[in-house]
Design a protein around this ligand. Structure first.
Ligand code: FE
Ligand code: FE
Length: 343
């Protein structure tokens, strides 16, 4: 895994976020997933060791940007650490500087203006016409071209996620979601501006950035941070307006959601899994609940059910692509009736 590599220098880190290649995309994506996995592990272990809910008390003001104090309080007078793998913490530290650099750029540049433009670009262009499987192969090929040493390809991750869901005898549509949930990373090779508008945790733009988003202090450089319209609790939205009315930061999730919504017969739960799988502030940290409507309550259960397969299947064995191809081609045809899709 990428986090076992030596720590990068600051200059290297900055270059990573600016250079455009599949390998760099994968490195940052793996790091981001690792951080989210660790956060999840901590919650689960906290639940087991304390018998509690595993959730932090809402003692602080949600909009008060100050993560440091929260982190220092977190391990006091508790047997919490007994069950924590310390190696995992060291990896978290290693991953942090690279992830921090990435989020500094993302949190500065994901503005309302950028998001509106990205959605206009999406609706006014056809970037490619191909089948879903060809899309997976294309993503795989491009990533391989940029780094022949990549251990885990996009198809590997897609199949690991899908096969883990299948192994648990989950519905066929959910298996397909596992297969295609990251296919939106194709965006990276079309018209993205870097990694910051493809991968990473997502968050709403147009309302106050909450401290439950990772590295919240980096939002200070975002022009929307001090915009009077966008910096209030509800911003351009209203209480319980529903997440469908909320603009989440643009990236592979939002892009693939729109592609799947237009071209597939996936149920709303499947579309939500694709759309919100990187919305960790929501599905893991319980933030922005005041923007949810009744439908989102149901979707949240679905997103959480999906999330563990995305996070934990990466450690599983690699699958034989050729042996599984036929099964998944059938599955794709079942839910993408037009076969050739406009990406
Ligand atoms: Fe993803
Ligand atoms: Fe994924």
């Amino acid at each position: 895994m990428s986090v076992t590599k030596p720590a990068q220098t600051k200059t290297e880190d900055i270059n990573r976020t600016k250079t455009k290649s599949g390998k760099l995309l994968e490195t940052i994506d793996d790091d981001v997933l690792l951080v989210n996995k660790l956060k999840q592990d901590i919650k689960v272990k906290s639940k087991v060791s304390t018998g509690g809910t595993g959730e932090k008390p809402e003692a602080w003001e949600e909009n008060d940007v100050n993560l440091e104090s929260e982190e220092s309080k977190w391990d006091k007078d508790s047997d919490f650490y007994k069950n924590i793998d310390e190696k995992a913490f060291r990896q978290y530290d290693l991953a942090c500087s690279r992830v921090r650099e990435f989020y500094e750029e993302q949190h500065e540049k994901q503005t309302v203006a950028y998001n509106i433009q990205a959605r206009i670009n999406f609706k006014t262009k056809v970037r490619a016409k191909m089948t879903v499987w060809e899309g997976l192969e294309r993503l795989n090929k491009l990533l391989d071209e940029s780094d022949p040493d990549t251990e885990l390809s996009q198809i590997d991750h897609a199949l690991q996620t899908a096969e883990a869901i299948r192994r648990d005898k989950k519905p066929r549509w959910m298996q397909l979601v596992g297969l295609i949930h990251d296919l939106g990373k194709l965006l990276y090779f079309f018209d993205s501006k870097g990694q910051w508008d493809v991968v990473g945790d997502t968050f709403p733009v147009g309302c106050k950035f909450l401290k439950k988003v990772i590295f919240p202090e980096s939002f200070r450089k975002n022009p929307d941070f001090s915009n009077p319209l966008y910096s209030t609790k509800f911003g351009i939205y209203s209480k319980n307006c529903g997440l469908d009315s909320v603009m989440l930061s643009w990236g592979h999730d939002e892009y693939m959601y729109h592609i799947a919504k237009i071209n597939s017969t996936l149920p709303p739960e499947g579309l939500a899994m694709i759309r919100y799988h990187s919305f960790y502030p929501w599905h893991q940290e319980n933030a922005y609940t005041y923007l949810m409507d009744a439908h989102d309550q149901e979707m949240l259960k679905a997103v959480r059910a999906f999330n563990k397969y995305d996070l934990y299947s990466k450690t599983d064995e690699q699958h034989d692509v050729d042996a599984l191809k036929e099964y998944y081609l059938d599955l794709i045809d079942e839910y993408f009736p037009s076969k050739v899709i406009e990406f």
